[in-house]
Write a protein that binds this ligand. Structure first.
Ligand code: ZN
Length: 226
């Protein structure tokens, strides 16, 4: 994979992370302060702080942690999920943004421990023919980080058993777009399973969509549309 340039550590980038948090709660893709977001910057990783209501977030409140190793002792407290954000930034240098949430339909599938198969062509937005499910491990644990980094080596999103979902983005906008698409896929798969078995597209069908996406590319969501 080709590494992407880190995002500039500017007030604009920091505000984009805050806006993503406010947006996902407004869109019912998350609730409370369960979700968190991070962006790779030159000096490490910029991540939302632990336990601060999104409405109270300010650009200065974003926490910088290193790309590897522990956060600064005695410094501002990063999101409790910083280990998997750090692990995913290490595993996927091509994706500078990591967005985690507890979207309701994704969470239902995650509780049922059902990965999402190719029930709709938009599955290809996640890099392949499925959205995998990361095995359960305690939130914030190195085990959860390992479970996610492993299955997201070639996928841009995953469900997390009995927990929620995480997506990657080339930009903050693309991460937002993928989170909403993932929740839509989860809802589609869940409801299409009622009263019958959903038809699953073939690997050949998905390979065609992957090529089409390379050529045309899905249109990223503009901040103003959120
Ligand atoms: Zn969570």
């Amino acid at each position: 994979m080709t590494p992407a340039a880190p995002l500039p550590d500017t007030e604009e980038t920091r505000q984009a992370l805050i806006d993503a948090c406010l947006w996902m709660n407004e869109r019912h893709l998350n609730q409370g302060t369960s979700g968190n977001i991070s962006a790779r910057i030159d000096s490490g990783i910029l991540i939302t702080p632990s336990g601060v209501p999104y409405e109270a977030l300010t650009p200065e409140a974003m926490v910088t942690i290193p790309l590897s190793g522990l956060p600064e002792a005695g410094g501002p407290k990063p999101s409790s999920e910083w280990p998997f954000h750090q692990g995913l930034h290490q595993a996927r240098p091509d994706m500078p943004v990591v967005l985690h949430a507890h979207p309701p339909y994704c969470s239902i599938l995650a509780v049922q421990r059902r990965p999402i198969p190719a029930c709709h062509y938009m599955i290809a937005a996640f890099g392949g023919a499925d959205v995998p499910l990361a095995d359960y491990a305690l939130f914030g644990s190195p085990e959860l980080c390992a479970n996610m980094a492993d299955i997201m080596s070639d996928r841009h999103g995953c469900l997390m058993a009995n927990h929620g979902a995480t997506v990657l983005g080339e930009t903050v906008d693309k991460a937002r777009w993928r989170l909403e698409e993932l929740e839509t896929l989860a809802r589609t798969y869940l409801f299409s399973s009622i009263g019958g078995a959903p038809h699953i597209l073939s690997d050949k069908d998905i390979a065609e969509v992957l090529v089409a996406f390379q050529t045309y590319g899905p249109r990223p969501v503009k901040q103003s549309e959120g």
